[in-house]
Design a protein around this ligand. Structure first.
Ligand SMILES: [Fe+2]
Length: 226
């Protein structure tokens, strides 16, 4: 269990019992949206990845991604139940944990969707990477070093297109709460140890080699074209 999980359980305990989805629309409670908390299926065969075992992919999918989806739903129900005379800190604690859970859900979906070892970097993305970094090799070197800076810690690395900067950029994120606003995620890399510890121990460098061997560039290219 992550530190975040303990924090979530603590925050959730503040607000009383859980209603089933939909029930919270009664008695002037804020409506909930259970349909948002459906697990998105993997778009690749978990046995097919190079260097990443089916065991770690399914554990990551069910426990970490699945856990975030469940937490997001529970926290939304807790917020819906919060009475109007509740203290702001009670709502604030839940809102903080809600953001962590929903961001974790969304980021894991980006991560799993950009796995599956397919295609290669498109010409248009190559041009954008070259314009921002000098070459694809220099982009990859910076992306890997940013990832290694999180080795043994918790966080994400993203290749994004940022609307304000009008260019692609690598983004360091210490946890599910960091991001560069006005960005579209093109490539997401999970650097939490649960992503690689089972297969590689503390060897984040080997995990990075496996990640790069399994990137679904067709998905990344489509994200960029959008
Ligand atoms: Fe993860």
């Amino acid at each position: 269990m992550e530190r975040r999980d303990f924090m979530t359980l603590g925050a959730v305990a503040v607000a009383g019992s859980v209603l089933n989805a939909g029930e919270s629309t009664q008695n002037n409670l804020k409506p909930t949206h259970a349909e948002a908390y459906e697990l998105k299926p993997l778009n690749f065969n978990p046995k097919s990845l190079k260097g990443l075992s089916e065991k770690i992919i399914m554990s990551h999918y069910n426990n970490n991604y699945g856990g975030a989806v469940k937490r997001g739903k529970i926290i939304e129900e807790k917020i819906a139940q919060l009475q109007s005379n509740a203290n702001p800190f009670e709502l604030g604690a839940l809102k903080r944990e809600q953001m962590a859970a929903i961001n974790s859900m969304i980021l894991h979906e980006y991560y799993f969707d950009n796995l599956g070892a397919s295609g290669k970097v498109s010409d248009t993305l190559t041009k954008a990477l070259t314009a921002s970094f000098g070459s694809i090799e220099k982009w990859e070197d910076e992306f890997r070093k940013t990832a290694l800076s999180l080795g043994g810690g918790s966080g994400w690395v993203f290749l994004v297109y940022n609307d304000r900067l009008k260019r692609v950029e690598n983004v360091w994120a210490w946890d599910h709460m960091h991001g560069l606003w006005d960005s579209k995620i093109l490539l997401a890399l999970d650097m939490y140890e649960h992503s690689y510890q089972m297969d590689f121990g503390a060897n984040a460098k080997e995990y990075l080699n496996a990640f790069f061997a399994n990137i679904n560039w067709d998905v990344v290219n489509k994200r960029f074209e959008k």
